[in-house]
Design a protein around this ligand. Sequence first.
Ligand SMILES: C[S@@+](CC[C@H](N)C(=O)[O-])C[C@H]1O[C@@H](n2cnc3c(N)ncnc32)[C@H](O)[C@@H]1O
Length: 327
Amino acid sequence: MDDCRKSGDRHSQEAFFRCAAVILPYLNPTELSSISSTCKTLYEISKPITARRTSDASRGFENLPIPFLKPTAAAAVSHSYSYFIYTPTQTFRVRDDLRQPWGSDDDARLEARPDPFLFRVEGATGCNCPSGCGECCPCSKADECLLTRECGPSCECDSGCGNRVTEGGVTVRLKIVKDERKGWCLHAAELITTGQFVCEYAGELLSTKEARQRQLTYDKIASSPALLVVREHLPSGNTCMRINIDATRIGNVARFINHSCDGGNLDMVVVRSSGSLLPRVCLFASRDIRENEELAFSYGEVGIKPNGQPCFCGSSSCIGILPSEDT
Ligand SMILES: C[S@@+](CC[C@H](N)C(=O)[O-])C[C@H]1O[C@@H](n2cnc3c(N)ncnc32)[C@H](O)[C@@H]1O
């Protein structure tokens, strides 16, 4: 009888720990560390989860893992990674209670890479280049104001076409490194040459009204908001389009790129793909970037607030305060 009870207990314990391995990847760092401190077995189950989180911020969504570099002992941080929901492409506002497993064997295999184009334009025409798309491809016409055209959903070429540079995600080696003053920073983990595509700025696409509301909240509470506003201007100087992307809660690796007052080493380019309704904001190397160099761009000159956050970009043109979006 006693043996029976013991074996029953053992079975239910085993079932519990099997469930734990499924559930723990859905926990945020605070929940994970609190549950892992309750018993040795849960601690052992949570250790590889933390290790996998540290080894790839993109949860397997990108072509290459993007590791977090362990902060030095001097840096007072409780976790060796930063927690957010990963989206490799632009997305719409997500539910506040959305959870994404991170740290399990499966990670992104559970969710396929989402379509990079949120809306397709019905009846739009694209190219039908016979063999690969080169300079003659009608889609590849770029203009001077850092606008780029790529092949897209209305084209007959396939994903191997040379004019689909940005839609497949990150193809350069990157790493995320902790800095005591700036927080997490994105670094090159290999040489990136001038003009190479680095990453899209992916996150929640917001209406201007929602972006304004979130900015007010972030001004008060968020320590590292990642709300980007990109404006397109007519030759007259008037704004003709405004794109609001918030990567604070759900975003991709671009959310780790810090500001530099001298413009940094990245160009921000609005990319339009044939047959796709919405443009995407993409970052390209503006010069050769050495391995281990930090990636940076200018957050803009809008709305410098006297009580804004201090800037530690270290450039000779640093004005000492981070630009803040004056929404
Ligand atoms: C988009 S996040 C960049 C990633 C951020 N460092 C992190 O740890 O998640 C923007 C925030 O990073 C910090 N930051 C960015 N550039 C900075 C700079 N030049 N100097 C100081 N802090 C900076 C500020 O806290 C800012 O609100």
